[in-house]
Design a protein around this ligand. Structure first.
Ligand code: ATP
Length: 613
């Protein structure tokens, strides 16, 4: 039953009047570029409503003058009837034409507004730092771009214009009715309590039902999405039936919610309809007596019947659209809230460009993802220009965190990191990104060709430049040998390229970007020997002549570096050249001894050995 749905109603789907005012103000500010269209649309809207209201007035004139319906007037005037009929037809056609123009004008503005909003949200999300993405669930961000924008779309496409038109029509109809016959208008008052109670009830219940439907649709979609992306696991474990049962039950819940919403509407609308019919009957009955008694003309009573339709229809529309308006308001509030979130990695006023050829200084560095539990403490490290330093250590030691801080994906909680003497927090972000490039462990591929994917390293690079960058690290031939060569479509999520090939694309991107500093997270996945050799060769070529911080998962990579830093328990426990550290007989020497015995084992695959003293 629908009153049992309270648990699914989200509080953030409701907004207070102060919030609503703010949202409206901001939305209006965003509409500024389209103010001409909005003003024109408003004029068209008012004209349309006036035309709609003029129709019954002409009817009244026609009946009273053309048919002799007015008190004291016994002779009919056919000319007046013709004039009234023509005028009625003219305003009816004008009403239709104006309604069309109004829909086109407002929908165009609305769609442009949504386009602007989508761009702003997308750009904003893209500009946020990693700390923001740690905090925000990806699902919530996607919801801002999908279901929240959909709520607004609903409003733009059918809601807002109808809402304002109906409100205007309702108010003006009351004014016209009262001015035409205050006495006859009193009859309408009788219907008001019933209509008001029914409308308040409908607004509340349909709001709950509407939110419940939205929630259930969301649940069904989540399951559908999981079912699609996890189809391999589901089939591999033969869980199709379980998945089907889960889907069926969610689907049934959605059906129940939809039915509840329909039942509420199916009750409310006939009540309003009935009130309209009863009021009309009363107007005709009592109006007839009033005409007899000379208190009203026949034309007035006939016009009243028409105006009553203008009164009850808008009430239905307003009640129906209230939820759309409410949820669009809530959606806009959430979207504006997201747009107001400042990135923790913001560029300072007066930020400077990084100097060329500087070294990296890590001073008393401390960091906690949550601001409380430190992941790194007291880290000091100096990296000379052109030096290649390998970070090694067990899983979860903090190697990636240190690398991310050096790339300023996060800011330190304590201490500082500087490049060429400039604190990273004082640098211009564009300068930092052009100086330093991060190659993540898993190369992400976007839909498009191999060439397009490598070009992400430097937007605007020509095909020749992309090929040259690939050739520089020795991967061009390998991809050119594919049937479609470098134009091979990698498809979404790169399902047509192997893990090793994805890494090669990722390395080629960095080669094209040609940064001064490279932060490289070596891949841990085991590759076939041929690809492994290609990846190694590409890495070696890419590191040539650059300052490199590599998170080494293979000791060959560590041994090749100028210096090795062993990270453990959130700090640097050993720093030195490979030979020095082996001779020292400490943590690294133990790792090396283990590795020498197991030739190809990645460091992290034997964490307990990595811990051995
Ligand atoms: P691996 O070799 O497995 O990548 P690592 O040495 O690079 O390990 P980090 O990824 O730096 O280790 O992680 C260090 C600690 O910080 C771990 O305890 C990890 O759980 C935690 N951590 C990493 N990323 C986050 C994050 N985004 N939010 C909160 N804690 C995190």
């Amino acid at each position: 039953m629908w009153w049992g749905m309270d648990s699914v109603i989200e509080d953030d789907d409701k907004i207070g009047s102060e919030q609503a005012k703010q949202v409206i103000r901001r939305a209006i500010a965003m509409l500024r570029p389209y103010r001409k269209e909005v003003v024109l649309g408003a004029v068209v809207m008012v004209l349309g409503v006036l035309c709609l209201l003029a129709g019954p007035a002409f009817l009244r004139f026609g009946i009273d003058h053309g048919l002799g319906g007015s008190e004291g007037r016994l002779r009919a005037d056919p000319d007046a009837l013709n004039k009234a009929a023509i005028a009625f037809l003219a305003v009816s056609i004008a009403t239709i034409a104006l309604a069309r123009a109004q829909i086109l004008l407002f929908t165009r503005v609305g769609e442009k507004f949504l386009r602007d909003l989508r761009i702003r949200v997308f750009d904003h999300i893209q500009s946020m730092s990693m700390a923001f993405f740690d905090r925000e669930q990806a699902g919530k961000l996607v919801a801002r771009m999908t279901s929240d924008i959909d709520s607004l779309q609903e409003l733009v496409q059918q809601g807002l214009v109808m809402f304002i038109t109906s409100a205007l029509l309702l108010v003006l109809s009351v004014v016209v009715l009262v001015s035409m016959s205050p006495l006859l208008s009193l009859i309408c008052i009788v219907a008001i309590p019933l209509v008001a109670v029914a409308s308040i009830w409908f607004r509340r219940e349909s709001n709950r039902a509407y939110l419940a439907v939205r929630d259930r649709i969301g649940q069904t979609l989540t399951l559908l999405q999981e079912g699609l992306s996890g189809v391999r696991v589901i089939q591999a474990f033969g869980r199709e039936e379980l998945q089907e049962r889960r889907f069926n039950s969610r689907n049934d819940a959605q059906l129940d919610a939809q039915m509840t919403a329909i039942k509420i509407s199916a009750f409310y609308f006939p009540v309003i309809e009935l009130s309209g019919v009863a009021t009309t009957a009363a107007v005709i009955g009592i109006g007839g007596v009033m005409v007899e008694a000379g208190y009203a003309s026949l034309g007035t009573v006939a016009a009243f019947v028409f105006y009553l339709a203008n009164l009850f229809e808008p009430i239905q529309v307003l009640s129906q659209l209230f939820n759309v308006l409410q949820s669009a308001g809530a959606a806009l509030t959430k979207i504006f809230g997201l747009l107001d979130t400042r990135s923790p990695i913001a560029e300072r006023v007066g930020a400077v460009d990084l100097p060329t050829g500087g070294g990296i200084e890590v001073r008393d560095l401390g960091f906690a993802y949550d601001g409380r539990n430190p992941v790194l403490t007291g880290v000091n490290l100096t990296i000379a220009p052109g030096e290649r330093i390998a970070l090694v250590g067990p899983t979860g030691a903090g190697k990636s965190t240190l690398a991310k801080l050096i790339a300023r994906l996060y800011d330190p909680t304590e201490g500082s990191i500087s490049f060429g003497g400039v604190d990273l927090r004082d640098t211009r972000l564009s300068s930092l990104r052009s100086h330093l490039c991060v190659v993540p462990q898993e190369g992400f591929l976007f839909s498009g060709t191999i060439l397009d994917n490598v070009r992400i390293g430097r937007a605007g690079a020509s095909d020749e430049e992309v090929r040259a960058a690939m050739a520089l690290i020795g991967v061009e031939k390998r991809f050119a040998a594919l049937p479609e060569g470098l134009q091979t479509e990698v498809r979404e999520r790169g399902s047509r390229l192997s893990a090793g090939e994805r890494q090669l694309v990722s390395l080629a991107r960095a080669a094209l970007a040609a940064p001064e500093v490279l932060v490289l997270d070596e891949a841990t996945s085991n590759l076939d020997p041929g690809t492994e050799a290609d990846v190694e060769a590409a890495m070696v070529a890419l590191m040539e002549g650059r300052t490199v911080i590599v998170i080494a998962h293979r000791l060959t990579t560590a041994a090749r570096a100028d210096r090795v830093a062993v990270v453990d328990d959130g700090g640097l426990v050993e720093v030195g050249t490979h030979d020095e550290l082996v001779a020292q007989g400490g943590r690294y020497a133990a790792m090396f001894a283990t590795w020498s015995g197991q030739a190809t084992a990645p460091v992290d695959e034997a964490p307990e050995l990595a811990h051995a003293d």
